[in-house]
Design a binder for this molecule. Structure first.
Ligand code: 5GP
Length: 195
């Protein structure tokens, strides 16, 4: 049986800095492991198969969906993204907690399936800051950036589905707060289980 309390979902609009926050979190906590997702998006420069994503063709991705090998999956900005179950089962052992960095639809699906999982939303300081970060990042075309900003606008309206939200003014502080929230969540659940 999967321990739902050890599943931590982190979402936030593209460019909000959630990957950097999670990178700091992983450095802070030995018990935290990152779940690597599958995607049909082509790899960006420097992205490595099995480290950043499992890059798959659409047919292979959908085959895995039909074989019930994805915990959840969704289409985002024209590409498919999904959480492989075998990856979770392999990492969710002992005291480990597993971090899923996924978008809002995926987060809602995980929460419905695993109500005791912890869902945290990373909020950018402003939409303008988001635009600047996406431009600075330089990994998307102008059209792609506009697409992602429109999605961000929608995603920010879904904050109430999350257990916590943190404004990312500073990635290190944000990671520390996330780590505290994870501890609070584990303790809260333990306290409830003791009743
Ligand atoms: P990117 O193309 O920038 O790597 O990711 C685009 C969006 O897809 C991000 O919000 C990211 O968190 C989300 N994402 C990555 N992996 C998954 C996944 O397995 N499932 C879902 N639902 N979203 C994902």
């Amino acid at each position: 049986m999967l321990d739902q309390r050890k599943l931590v979902v982190v979402s936030g609009p593209s460019g909000c800095g959630k990957d950097t926050v999670v990178k700091h979190l992983l450095a802070l906590r030995e018990d935290a492991l990152l779940s690597v997702s599958c995607t049909t998006r082509p790899p960006r420069e420097n992205e490595v198969y099995g480290v950043h994503y499992y890059f798959l063709g659409r047919d292979e991705f959908m085959l895995r969906v039909s074989e019930n090998r994805m915990l959840e999956y969704t289409e985002y900005a024209g590409n498919l993204y999904g959480t492989p179950i075998d990856e979770l089962e392999r990492k969710l052992v002992g005291e480990n907690i597993v971090i899923l960095i996924i978008e809002v639809e995926g987060a809602k699906n995980v929460k419905t399936r695993y109500p005791d999982s912890l869902c945290v939303f990373i909020v950018p300081p402003s939409l303008e800051a988001l635009r600047e970060r996406l431009i600075m990042r330089g990994t998307e075309s102008e059209e792609e950036i506009e697409k992602r900003l429109a999605i961000a606008d929608r995603e920010l309206r879904e904050l109430n589905y999350y257990d916590y939200s943190i404004v990312n003014d500073d990635a290190v502080l944000c990671a520390r707060r996330l780590s505290e929230i994870i501890d609070e969540w584990q303790n809260r659940e333990e306290a409830q289980n003791d009743d």
